[in-house]
Design a protein around this ligand. Structure first.
Ligand code: F6P
Length: 341
């Protein structure tokens, strides 16, 4: 059997651990030939393919990013995309695909399976917002990076009696903000799931200053003040003609400075949260996902995604995998409020 691998969407620590596990088990346990497609779905569309053997995956377990490259190409948005994938697979004798990606990549994997191409999905995202799995690899690493940053920012904030706003990733879900905020002892945590009152944030910040401590505010990039996006519009247009949103972290730091008269700084962690070596937890989860994806391909159980449920790796239908975004429940958020201010 010849099996192709690809990684799609934003990268994430642990992708290489999945690739290594699939190649290793596929070759050693089942005598597969494994090939890698470059840059997500662009690879099979454009025939960007090369064999991957045991030597290629020898030292990649600890490496961040993806040796295959990634892109957000969607074959359903490319002229003749699906037919070109079919032709590439036929030309190279590829029997099945393992697609490692987030919501978009897995959505394509589902449609391709419906269109008769055998795909098994492996979930990834640092945002941890895929509904069908308890955790995605990459999340733990991102939380570690953000927590370390909070720890470092706290000491400089204390020295200068400043408020520090730390903006973390999370467009639709506040998992990184909630977990890093709890782990780093943040004094305010703001998530996209709940619009926040700037007056309330200012009150918490002032209370913190009154007790002579420096406030640390962790804000997810998708969090919004009450009144919504309009408050953040800068009026500038980006390259696509869309009105640009001011970054929430910078906006909030300015509001805090203006309303409290205290110095305030914003730090946007951005893509540092996606780079570098995965934590041990993410290496293990990614490896287990890879091993179980091989089993699904071997069973010809296509149209499924491997997922973590409790401590077990299970298979779920790809339709279920992409049906619902997993956001932070209100009760989980409220648990943290006792630490605010
Ligand atoms: O992977 C999800 C994510 O990390 C989001 O939290 C973030 O908004 C986005 O990717 C940014 O990705 P890019 O800059 O690669 O488009």
């Amino acid at each position: 059997m010849r099996v192709g691998l690809l990684t799609g969407g934003g990268d994430c620590p642990g992708l290489n651990a999945v690739i290594r596990a699939v190649v290793r088990k596929g070759i050693e346990a089942h005598g597969w030939e494994t090939v890698g497609f470059r840059n997500g779905w662009q690879g099979p569309i454009e025939g960007l393919v090369r064999p991957i053997g045991l030597d290629d995956v020898e030292d990649i377990l600890t490496r961040g990013g993806t040796i295959l490259g990634s892109s957000r190409t969607n074959p359903y948005k490319v002229d003749g995309g699906v037919e070109r994938i079919r032709a590439t697979l036929a030309e190279h004798g590829v029997d099945a695909l393992v697609a490692i990606g987030g919501e978009d990549t897995l959505g394509v994997a589902k449609r391709l399976t419906d269109d008769g191409i055998g795909v098994v999905g492996v979930p990834k995202t640092i945002d941890n917002d895929l509904g069908a799995t308890d955790y995605t690899f990459g999340f733990d690493t991102a939380v570690h990076i953000a927590t370390e940053a909070i720890d470092r920012l706290r000491t400089t904030a204390e020295s200068h009696h400043r408020a520090l706003v730390v903006e973390v990733m999370g467009r639709h879900a506040g998992w990184i903000a909630l977990h890093s905020g709890l782990a780093g002892g943040a004094n305010v945590i703001l998530v996209p799931e709940r619009q926040f009152s700037v007056d309330q944030v200012v009150a918490w910040v002032e209370r913190r200053f009154e007790r002579e401590f420096a406030p640390i505010i962790v804000v997810a990039e998708g969090a919004l003040p009450e009144g919504g996006q309009e408050k953040l519009l800068t009026g500038e247009k980006d390259a696509f003609g869309h009105v640009r949103l001011g970054g929430i972290g910078t906006w909030l730091a300015e509001e805090i400075a203006e309303r409290t008269g205290k110095e305030s700084r914003a730090v946007v962690l951005g893509h540092t949260q996606r780079g570098g070596t995965p934590t041990a937890y993410d290496r293990v989860l990614a490896t287990r996902f890879g091993l179980h994806a091989v089993d699904a391909v071997q069973d010809a159980d296509f149209g499924v995604m491997v997922a973590l449920r409790g401590t077990d790796i299970v298979r779920v239908k790809l339709s279920e995998a992409t049906a619902e975004l997993k956001t932070v429940p209100l009760e989980r958020y409220k648990e943290a409020e006792v630490f605010f201010g």
